[in-house]
Write a new protein. Structure first.
Length: 92
């Protein structure tokens, strides 16, 4: 099973995934990256962080080749309340 790495990028830093995760295919890796993005936005929202900043998870393979970017942020929740995640956008 291939190993995918999920590097987290903001405007000011890159946090490199040293361990990676074995997943059956790139679709599963994309789903995993989207879940990571949701968790990051939830953490930012619960701690008073800026949820409107664009962020991305860069998926790479064992050789370090960039396979996919999952870009995410939270937008305003219509009707008030906390920010709601915006649909994720991927760039292949």
């Amino acid at each position: 099973m291939p190993r995918y790495y999920f590097n987290y990028r903001t405007d000011s830093e890159l946090i490199v995934d040293q361990d990676g995760r074995e997943l059956p295919n790139l679709d599963a890796a994309e789903h995993n990256a989207a879940e990571l993005g949701r968790a990051i936005i939830d953490q930012a929202a619960s701690s008073g962080g800026n949820t409107g900043l664009p962020r991305s998870i860069e998926i790479t393979d064992d050789s370090g080749e960039e396979l996919l970017y999952v870009v995410f942020w939270a937008g305003p929740n219509i009707g008030g309340g906390l920010a709601a995640p915006v649909e994720r956008v991927t760039v292949h």
